[in-house]
Design a binder for this molecule. Sequence first.
Ligand SMILES: Cc1cc2nc3c(=O)[nH]c(=O)nc-3n(C[C@H](O)[C@H](O)[C@H](O)COP(=O)(O)OP(=O)(O)OC[C@H]3O[C@@H](n4cnc5c(N)ncnc54)[C@H](O)[C@@H]3O)c2cc1C
Length: 335
Amino acid sequence: MKDVDLTIVGGGPVGIFAAYYARLRDLDVRVIESLATLGGQISALYPQKQILDVAGFPKISGDSLVQQLVTQAKQLVPEFVLGTLVTDVQALGEAGFQIVTSAGTFKSGAVIIATGGGNFTPRTLPLPNMSAQLAQHLHYFVGDGQVFTNKRVLVAGGGDSAIDSALHLLKQAKAVHLMHRRATFRALEHSVKQLLASDVVLEVPFLIEDITVNADGSLAVTMHEVMGERTKVLEVDEVLVSYGFISENSTMQQWQVQPAQTVHGIKVDQTLQTDIPGLFAIGDAATYPGRTELLSTGFGEAPLAVNAAVRFLDPSKRGPIHSSSLHIENGQITK
Ligand SMILES: Cc1cc2nc3c(=O)[nH]c(=O)nc-3n(C[C@H](O)[C@H](O)[C@H](O)COP(=O)(O)OP(=O)(O)OC[C@H]3O[C@@H](n4cnc5c(N)ncnc54)[C@H](O)[C@@H]3O)c2cc1C
């Protein structure tokens, strides 16, 4: 991995926007995200919920907001490093920082920590016979949903996210089944009402026992009744596992750099810098008196931290000019 001016740890909404803004300030930037997808808490926890408090959008679904952020960023940020964990950040004095990841090591002039509530990993489906072919049909995110179009889909899970996903997929899938180990759902009353009135076929109270791939590439899902004797085989094309995510906060505790923290997050000053020069924290990872865990708060912090990083890297650099004075052409900024 080649060295960069600025590394952003975390590809949540705030990290994505910070990367775009860093490119507007002409920094060479790299975003590292532990999940295989961008969007942080939005993608993991509430992709189909409508968000009402992002400036300029009367309402926007979580997935659409992430798509807009990624589209905006990709005008200038050619690549996001996904499925990669930052396992260590070491301070090198004047030489900046050494970033150690699960995919390699490189140097970075400055670092912005945008790790939110910690690195996410989906709760996986424990199966006796997992093959590469089967893994292609097991999903943990709806994403743009293309893979489910005109397919028979089984959604596994009984929480808000599972129900939202099942209802959302009805629009494009051939058939949607929802399997849950209880006959009742732990979700918003409104969502459960919508579910019960919908065409989603409920498979309750069942648990997946095994999944095999048929000769034609479809899946045979064997389900066993919870506290019962019934076994059922369901033929589908894709399975969406919606068992939630584990958020791991301890990774950062292993880093060599240890910025001052409170129980609420990493302490920062008014430029979002930690007590370690060149190391910044934004979004839900950061804390200061009066901070609220909102997207808008994080979106506001991103330019402040990036502009402070620009000055840290080159004190002779002047403050930002308005983006309305800039143009983006073929991935480059022109004035
Ligand atoms: C159910 C729910 C509903 C919400 N609704 C709203 C709302 O309506 N309006 C609103 O403004 N806010 C809402 N929020 C809050 C909002 O989602 C958060 O404030 C926002 O996601 C914070 O963004 P972030 O980028 O700072 O962190 P996150 O979204 O947490 O993203 C951090 C990313 O960093 C990655 N990461 C962490 N550690 C590492 C590491 N060591 N290496 C690599 N990657 C790492 C994680 O995998 C994650 O993807 C809601 C939150 C929840 C849970």
